[in-house]
Ligand binder design. Structure first.
Ligand SMILES: *Cc1c(COP(=O)(O)O)cnc(C)c1O
Length: 358
């Protein structure tokens, strides 16, 4: 498929200090867009100036939530080059998410090429201040104008770019977690493993409750037994117990995070035993009470590693520590070191963006 490129004639002002822009509120000059029509397939692939969409209010995405997305980052190295981290994994996961919602599949090579060209075109927007990056947001949704509940026909796929500061203002520091024992995020057979907007809508109420009580994040239990730990907020979660690492298995209701996969590889190569298994809240409480729990952290693209300092479950709070644990700190330093090009990448995770603009 041909990809047309139309450059803006009115480049926007870039933020003076990208460390203070927050997360995902400022966008670059261009966006990628392509459309899908049954019988015709994907068409009109284009990179063009960012603009508002004109979509009929009856489009199915507004009513039935047929939408999937991805999130990854472009990093500015000390040498001034721009690179992505495991973008192929994001493209493949987006296909898996789309399959779950029955949105049309796409050519992964073409999507990666489009992403590469878009980032190359807007590469001056990749900030260089410590901790900053350019967030890449691919999104696909149904554009059928139809309030009937039908299988999906037409769709649109876009990529947006947004310069972002460090996700957590104040840098790496331990967060407090409320273990949610009423609402669930995902159920077995549902959409938990897919990156779809509906999962986030389902999480809003518990997140609001936790925030109102002064906690930073929610820890989700499984939707069947409300017993097994799944994720923390929009991150995967890991525990260090008696020197071993434990992380919830990918049972179908847990999002298969690329940061999670990267952490497991780094930890195993460092000599840690890593168990991917069911891990119950009782087991967590026992490990907290006995002191066997040495560290816990969330992991995801946005925050990279988020050490956990405190868990609260049914009105009892357990403190792990006020300091970042050494394992969480090592993972953070190693991952961000590879992502920003300061640590050697023996895994082939880094993906360079060409210096020439297309
Ligand atoms: C995106 C996401 C993650 C983290 O995935 P990464 O690929 O590491 O960014 C974890 N949990 C949920 C629910 C997510 O949406």
């Amino acid at each position: 498929m041909e990809l047309t490129i139309t450059r803006t004639s009115h480049p926007a002002q870039k933020p003076a200090d990208p460390r203070t822009v927050g997360f995902g509120t400022i966008f670059t000059d261009h966006m990628f867009e392509m459309d899908y029509t049954p019988g015709q397939g994907w068409h009109d692939a284009r990179i063009a100036p960012l603009e508002n969409l004109s979509i009929h209010p009856g489009a199915a995405v507004f009513h039935y939530g047929a939408e999937v997305f991805e999130g990854l980052k472009a990093y500015r190295t000390d040498a001034g080059t721009v690179q992505l981290f495991r973008p192929w994994d994001n493209v493949q996961r987006m296909r898996d998410s789309a399959e779950r919602i029955q949105l049309p599949d796409f050519d992964p090579d073409f999507l990666l090429e489009a992403m590469t060209k878009l980032v190359a075109l807007d590469q001056d927007w990749v900030p260089s201040a410590p901790g900053t990056s350019l967030y890449i947001r691919p999104v696909e949704f149904c554009t059928d104008i139809d309030l009937g509940l039908h299988s999906i026909g037409k769709a649109k796929l876009m990529i947006l770019l947004s310069p972002v500061g460090a996700y957590l203002a104040g840098g790496l520091k331990p967060v407090s977690i409320l273990i949610e024992d009423h609402d669930v995020r995902a159920v077995r057979g549902g959409t938990g493993y897919a990156k779809c907007g509906g999962n986030y809508a389902a999480a809003n109420r518990a997140a609001a409750k936790a925030e109102a009580k002064g906690y930073d994040q929610v820890l989700w239990l499984d939707g069947v037994h409300q017993q097994y730990i799944e994720e923390v907020g929009g991150m995967n979660v890991m525990f260090k117990i008696d020197g071993k690492i434990v992380t919830p298995a990918l049972t179908g209701s847990v999002l298969p995070g690329i940061t999670r996969r990267s952490c497991i590889q780094l930890l195993r190569d460092k000599g840690y035993e890593v168990e991917e298994r069911l891990f119950s809240v009782e087991e967590l409480v026992a490990a907290l009470s006995s002191g066997a729990l040495e560290e816990a952290w969330g992991c995801g693209t946005a925050a990279v590693i988020s050490p956990i300092g405190k868990f609260c479950y049914q009105d009892t709070c357990y403190t792990i520590g006020e300091e970042n644990g050494p394992c969480a700190q090592w993972l953070y330093d190693t991952l961000t070191g590879i992502q920003w090009g300061r640590v050697k990448d023996p895994y082939g995770w880094v993906y360079p963006i060409p210096a020439e603009k297309p």
